[in-house]
Design a protein around this ligand. Structure first.
Ligand code: 6IA
Length: 139
C-alpha cells in the first residue's frame, strides 16, 4: 500500500519558501501520497480569505496527520502551525523529519532543535534536502 506523507510548511508564518515547498513535495511524491500538496499552492497566501473555516482546516489536517505514515516539516520559516503539527505528530508517535536551512542572525527554536523525538537535519541546497529525505525514508 502507498505511504501517506504529511508535509508541513509555513502559511500564516510567511510564504517566502513556497516554491521550495513545491519542489520538496514533488520529490516526496515518488514515495507515496502527499496529503498536504496545497502547502505549495500559489493561491494560499498568509492572509487567507474571510470565509475560511479554520475549524474545518484544523480538524482535516489533524485527521491527515493521524493517518500519515511519516511527517516531513520544513521549519526554516517560523510557523506556529508547523510547530503545533510537529508536536501533535510526536504525540501520535509519528516519525518526524525537520528540515532547516541555517540563516544569518536567526536560529531554530530550541523546542524543535533539541526535541529528542524528531530527526533534525540542516541543509543548504535542494539537492541536499532530497538526499536527507531519501536517507530518512530509506530504500
Ligand atoms: O501557522 P501557519 O499557518 O504557518 O501553519 C501552517 C501549517 O498549518 C501547515 O503545515 C498546514 O498543514 C496547516 N495550515 C494552516 N493553515 C492552513 C490552511 N489554510 N489550509 C491548510 N492547512 C493549513 C489557511 C488559510 C488562511 C487562514 C491562511
Amino acid at each position: 500500500m502507498a505511504m501517506n506523507i504529511y508535509f508541513a510548511g509555513s502559511i500564516c508564518g510567511g510564504r517566502q519558501d513556497r516554491e521550495l515547498y513545491y519542489k520538496i513535495i514533488e520529490h516526496l511524491r515518488q514515495y507515496g501520497k502527499v496529503l498536504t500538496k496545497h502547502i505549495a499552492d500559489r493561491d494560499l497566501t498568509e492572509k487567507g480569505e474571510d470565509n475560511t473555516d479554520d475549524r474545518a482546516i484544523h480538524d482535516r489536517d489533524l485527521a491527515w496527520l493521524q493517518s500519515s505514515d511519516l511527517v516531513i516539516a520544513e521549519v526554516t520559516t517560523p510557523s506556529l502551525g508547523v510547530g503545533y503539527e510537529v508536536a501533535r505528530a510526536v504525540q501520535f508517535s509519528k516519525r518526524v523529519l525537520c528540515l532547516y536551512r541555517p540563516q544569518a542572525k536567526k536560529r531554530l527554536s530550541a523546542m524543535i532543535a533539541e526535541s529528542p523525538d524528531v530527526v533534525n537535519k540542516q541543509y543548504s541546497s535542494l539537492a541536499q534536502a532530497k538526499r536527507i529525505i531519501n536517507g530518512f525514508i530509506g530504500p
